[in-house]
Design a protein around this ligand. Structure first.
Ligand SMILES: C[S@@+](CC[C@H](N)C(=O)[O-])C[C@H]1O[C@@H](n2cnc3c(N)ncnc32)[C@H](O)[C@@H]1O
Ligand code: SF4
Length: 369
C-alpha cells in the first residue's frame, strides 16, 4: 500500500476508535493511547519500507541525566585505562528546561523511557523529578545505577514513581567487586541497598522493583552462590546473572565466562502491585500537550517528494518546537540512528527500532539505503 494511503488509513482508524474509546476511559487517556498506537503503526511501515526521513517518532526513549561517573569500569567511557583518551565525554547534568522540551516533543509517542546511558543517573539531583515528569505521558521509566554514591535521595526516588531500577553490583565481596567497579565502594553500595529497601518499606511502596544485576566474569564467577544468598536476604526483588559484553580489549585481566546461562531469580514479585503502580501514572496526564499532538492529523505531517511525486518518501514536517540540541537526526559510527545530544548539559538520545525483526530492547539501526 502506498504510504499516503496508509497514513490516511491510520488517521481514519484514530477518528473511528476515539469516540468508542472515550466511552471507556477519560478523553486524555483515549487520545494518548491512540497517539502511541498510531505512531507504532507508522513506525513499522517506515521501518519495513526503509524510509530515511520519518514522520513517526521514536517509541523507546533514552535520556542520560548525568554524563559523569566517579567509577572507572573497563570499556566504559569512564575507564581508567589509556583508552580513556579516546572518549570525548565531558561531564554535565541535564537541565529541566531541555528535558521538558524533549518530553513535550517525544513523550506522547513513547512506550518507555530509560534514564541512563553512559553516566551515573543518580548524580543528578533532578533525576527523581524527571522520572515524575515522564508520568505526564504515562511513560514507564527504568534506570540503572551503581549505587556507589554518598548522597542519594531515597525517598525522592520512591516517591517519583520509578517502576524499575537496575542495581549494578558484580561481586559479593569488596575485593571482587572492585576488580570491575573500579573506584567503587562495596560497603557503601550494600548500605545503600538496605536504605533503598527501607525507604520502600517506610513508604509502603512496591516500586521501584529492585533488580540486582550481576555481570558474570571469570574473576567473580566463584561468588555466584554467595551473591544469590546475599540478594535473597537483602530485600531486593530480583537478581540476574548475565553474560556481559567483552571488555578485554580495554582491560586484558578481565574476561567473560563463556556459555554462562543467563539466570534470573525472583524473590519478591507481585504483578498486581506492579500493574497498580503503572496504572497510577494515568492520573497525572498532561492533557493540554496530549491534545495539541492529537489535533495534528498524520496526513498533515507528510509532504510528497517534489521531484518524484513518490509518496513513499516523505519529508518530516518540523512544525513542533524542538530544542536545538535534539533537532538533527544523524547516524553515529556504529549505525545507531539518534537525535543529537549536548554532552555538556547532559545527554539526550532517542533511538528507534528500524529493523522488522528484533528483540524487545527497542533500540535500532537505521536501514541501509
Ligand atoms: C554504562 S552503565 C550506566 C548506568 C550506571 N552507571 C550503571 O553502571 O548501572 C549502563 C549499564 O551497562 C551495564 N554494563 C557495564 N559494563 C557492562 C558489560 N561489560 N556488559 C554488559 N553491561 C554492562 C551496567 O551495569 C549498566 O546496567
Ligand atoms: S558505573 Fe556505569 S557509568 Fe560508571 S564507569 Fe561503571 S558502567 Fe560506566
Amino acid at each position: 500500500m502506498p504510504f499516503g494511503q496508509f497514513v490516511s488509513l491510520v488517521d481514519m482508524l484514530v477518528e473511528r476508535y476515539y469516540p468508542a474509546l472515550k466511552l471507556d476511559m477519560p478523553e486524555g487517556q483515549a487520545k494518548l493511547l491512540l497517539l502511541k498506537l498510531s505512531n507504532l503503526l507508522l513506525s513499522k511501515y517506515e521501518c519495513v519500507h526503509k524510509h530515511t526521513t520519518l514522520i513517526s517518532h521514536p517509541f523507546s526513549l533514552i535520556v542520560d541525566p548525568a554524563n559523569g561517573c566517579s567509577l572507572h569500569c573497563p570499556a566504559c567511557v569512564h575507564t581508567s585505562s589509556g583508552n580513556r583518551k579516546n572518549f570525548i565525554w565531558p561531564g554535565g547534568f541535564l537541565e529541566e528546561d531541555l528535558f521538558l522540551a524533549f518530553l513535550d516533543e517525544y513523550g506522547p509517542y513513547g512506550f518507555d523511557l530509560y534514564f541512563a546511558n553512559y553516566g551515573e543517573p543518580l548524580l543528578n539531583k533532578l533525576t527523581p523529578r524527571f522520572i515524575q515528569m515522564a508520568r505526564r505521558f504515562a511513560l514507564p521509566t527504568f534506570s540503572s545505577t551503581s549505587l556507589s554514591l554518598k548522597t542519594i535521595n531515597f525517598e525522592g526516588l520512591v516517591l517519583s514513581g520509578l517502576p524499575f531500577l537496575i542495581l549494578s553490583v558484580d561481586g559479593a565481596t569488596s575485593a571482587t567487586y572492585l576488580q570491575y567497579r573500579r573506584n567503587g565502594d562495596f560497603a557503601l553500595v550494600i548500605d545503600n541497598i538496605r536504605k533503598l529497601v527501607a525507604a520502600k518499606a517506610r513508604m509502603n511502596s512496591y516500586t521501584p522493583v529492585l533488580h540486582w544485576q550481576f555481570l558474570v566474569f571469570e574473576h567473580n564467577v566463584h561468588e555466584v552462590k554467595e551473591v544469590k544468598e546475599l540478594a535473597a536476604t537483602m530485600g531486593v526483588n530480583q537478581l540476574s546473572l548475565i553474560t556481559p559484553y567483552p571488555v578485554a580489549w580495554d582491560e586484558p585481566t578481565i574476561s567473560i565466562t563463556k556459555d554462562w546461562p543467563t539466570e534470573t531469580l525472583l524473590f519478591h514479585c507481585d504483578m498486581d502491585a506492579y500493574k497498580a503502580a503503572l496504572d497510577r501514572m494515568l492520573i497525572d496526564l498532561d492533557n493540554e500537550v496530549i491534545n495539541r499532538h492529537f489535533l495534528r492529523k498524520w496526513s498533515d505531517r507528510i509532504k510528497p517528494r517534489r521531484e518524484t511525486g513518490d509518496e513513499a518518501e516523505v519529508m518530516a514536517v518540523k512544525s513542533l518546537a524542538q530544542p536545538q540540541s535534539t533537532r538533527e537526526m544523524k547516524t553515529n559510527a556504529s549505525g545507531w540512528a539518534e537525535t543529537g545530544g549536548n554532552a555538556a548539559t547532559g545527554f539526550i538520545r532517542t533511538l528507534r527500532w528500524t529493523q522488522p525483526a528484533g528483540s524487545c530492547h527497542a533500540l535500532g539501526r537505521r536501514p541501509s539505503t
